[in-house]
Write a protein that binds this ligand. Structure first.
Ligand code: FAD
Ligand code: NAI
Length: 471
């Protein structure tokens, strides 16, 4: 193959981190190419993560609501039926529309899209096995690695994506399983467990720890979220570990016992979802050819400007440190390009929101109570229940609350934690407040439209520095 012209920047991986960096670099006038092997842009998030899961969450919620929550709203419905192939089609349409949209944005911003798998040949050359089968290579002054993550496997349980699945299989079942066991009560477990529980599966979540939600979730949110999901029909086995699995028969058998040890018990299910976390994915990148290494958790080590020890090679997104979230990868992508083109960039890791798209939604930003206590920070907490908010009451949608945590002396907001209707949209206001260094009094003195759910946000802030009016 003839080596093509040298690019200013080549990005390996066309997920959220990679494609955003490519567009940003194109906008800055760099000669940029993005290598992606999966046959579509958008990575985990658009193809098998955020987008398909949210499509199924939205539509399964509508189905569940039509079945169980219309009578007292004055709507009589009959003959409600699930058309799963159609629901999957709606999901696929959302995915393909968005991934094609990125191809369009690449063209618009002069980004070359190379479809194939990239491997380092040397520190400036990336060999590419093209989707067509041919081999080529591309030279670059700068390289970003944005190869994302993969599900952490569960030792002893082989994934076939039919009976024993990761989220990849759980967004694509062609029938509703009768019995489903979810190993891991983190975000994937609760989101995908919700989808199939709403569509009729009997779902049991087996969680090693005493609280659900995975790392970072405030214990008050975890407790109430588990309570709401239990009310919806999901079952939870907390403080429980899976010790063995057998998928050789018709269904799947799992041996479980108390996390501290104890009597074993066998659970049976049609399908098992393994959702015990994700790990960085850097397979096949040819690090041996350039002398790069990962740490003991598979992460590429970088400095504050995303540089590896080979300074023109930078790393962003799930394959390095920090929360594995699409919007975190996106912030890093923009910052890494800015470090390259302007020598400065900005990501505030303390103000990256997290949202779990269950019903009700759970969302938070900043520090949680456990973390502040561990750090010995003196703080005040104030909260406001949606049951006292006029709009939530009007909408018959009153589950949950908003909780602020603020510095006891300065009143500066340290964290905001919400479980309730539209929490995922509401957290944007909290993130802005945190980013701007606002106090709870700043928020409490800001007018919020009536009647809106956001008044619960304002009143929770008021309850932190003074008193709420309506509670
Ligand atoms: P990825 O999106 O994983 O992209 C990496 C890309 O690199 C992949 O497409 C891969 O094919 C490609 N690649 C790897 N190696 C090579 C190579 N050698 N050559 C060429 N290409 C290569 N996050 C949220 O913020 N909100 C959500 O609601 C949310 N929901 C999720 C739901 C699920 C079920 C899952 C699994 C994840 C979810 N996430 C969510 C997490 C989110 O998907 C990731 O944080 C995000 O995709 C990370 O982006 P990335 O660019 O770092 O990696
Ligand atoms: P997670 O880290 O959120 O949760 C994993 C859970 O599994 C934890 O509660 C952990 O205690 C438990 N666990 C670990 N080993 C176990 C074992 N052997 N037995 C029983 N339980 C065990 O990981 P998850 O849910 O797989 O998601 C991975 C990542 O994907 C998340 O960290 C998140 O960054 C991202 N994601 C984000 C979403 C969002 O933003 N809405 C949605 C889905 C995924």
């Amino acid at each position: 193959a003839t080596p093509a012209e040298e690019k200013d920047l080549v990005i390996i991986g066309g997920g959220v981190g990679g494609y955003v960096a490519a567009i940003k670099a194109g906008q800055a006038g760099l000669k940029v190419a993005c290598i992606e092997k999966r046959g579509a842009l958008g990575g985990t998030c658009l193809n098998v993560g955020c987008i398909p899961s949210k499509s199924l969450l939205n539509n399964s919620h509508m189905y569940h609501q039509i079945l169980h929550d219309t009578k007292n709203r004055g709507i009589d419905v009959g003959n409600v039926a699930l058309n799963l192939p159609k629901m999957m089609e709606a999901k696929n349409t959302a995915v393909s529309g968005l991934t094609k949209g990125i191809e369009f944005l690449f063209k618009k911003n002069g980004v070359e899209y190379i479809q194939g798998e990239g491997t380092f040949e040397d520190q400036h050359t990336i060999g590419v096995k093209l989707a067509s089968g041919e081999q080529t290579s591309v030279r670059a002054k700068n390289i970003f690695i944005a190869t994302g993550s993969e599900p952490t496997p569960f030792p002893g349980l082989e994934i076939d994506e039919k009976k024993v699945v990761t989220s990849d299989g759980a967004i694509a079942f062609n029938e509703v399983p009768k019995k489903m066991i979810v190993i891991g009560g983190g975000i994937i477990g609760l989101e995908m467990g919700s989808v199939w529980s709403r569509l009729g599966a009997e779902v049991t979540v087996v969680e090693f720890l005493s609280s659900v939600g995975g790392p970072g979730m405030d214990l008050d949110l975890a407790k109430s979220s588990q309570k709401f999901l239990t009310k919806q029909g999901m079952k939870f086995m907390m403080n429980t570990k899976v010790t063995n699995g057998d998928a050789s028969g018709e269904g799947v058998k799992l041996e479980v016992e108390a996390a501290k040890g104890g009597k074993a018990q066998t659970l049976e299910a049609d399908v098992v979802l393994v959702a015990i976390g994700r790990r960085p994915y850097t397979k096949g990148l040819g690090f041996e050819n350039i002398g790069l290494e990962t740490d003991n958790r598979g992460r590429l080590v970088i400095d504050s400007e995303y540089r590896t020890k080979i300074p023109h090679i930078r790393v962003i997104g799930d394959c390095t440190f920090g929360p594995m979230l699409a919007h975190k990868a996106e912030e890093e992508a923009v910052a890494a390009v800015e470090y390259l083109t302007k020598s400065y960039g900005h990501v505030n890791y303390n103000a990256i929101p997290a949202v779990m798209y269950t019903s009700p939604e759970v969302a938070w930003v900043g520090s949680n109570e456990q973390e502040l206590k561990e750090q010995g920070v003196k703080f005040r907490a104030g909260s406001f229940p949606f049951a006292a908010n006029s709009r939530a009451k009007t909408n018959l949608d009153t589950e949950g609350f908003v909780k602020f945590l603020a510095d006891a002396e300065t009143d500066r907001i340290l964290g905001v934690h919400i479980v309730g209707p539209n929490a995922g949209e509401m957290i944007a206001e909290a993130t802005l407040a945190l980013e701007y260094g606002a106090s709870t009094e700043d928020v409490g003195r800001t007018s919020h439209a009536h009647p809106t759910l956001s008044e619960a946000f304002k009143e929770a802030a008021m309850a932190t520095y003074s008193k709420a009016i309506h509670y």
